[in-house]
Write a protein that binds this ligand. Structure first.
Ligand code: ZN
Length: 78
């Protein structure tokens, strides 16, 4: 059984998480912290140097893969 209040709360949570996801998509790396950085490249699994993780909070790829992605005209993987 679902009462209208439960449905409204559910909908509200849905909207909120959508808005958050949107915001994160738009923000890209902005707002990410070093803790969001991957320790290994998402593509080739090469360890990402600490200096790179700190320089680019939220980074998910190594320098080589990042260069490949940029050459291919693809955005940064988050
Ligand atoms: Zn890589």
């Amino acid at each position: 059984m679902t009462d209208p209040f439960d449905r409204a709360t559910e909908r509200e949570e849905e909207l909120r998480s959508d808005a958050l996801a949107d915001q994160e998509r738009r923000a890209g790396l902005a707002g990410k912290t070093v803790a969001d950085s991957a320790t290994k490249c998402r593509i080739c699994e090469t360890p990402i140097p600490k200096a790179r993780r700190h320089a680019l909070p939220g980074v998910q790829t190594c320098i080589d893969c990042q260069a490949d992605l940029e050459r291919a005209g693809l955005a940064v993987i988050h």
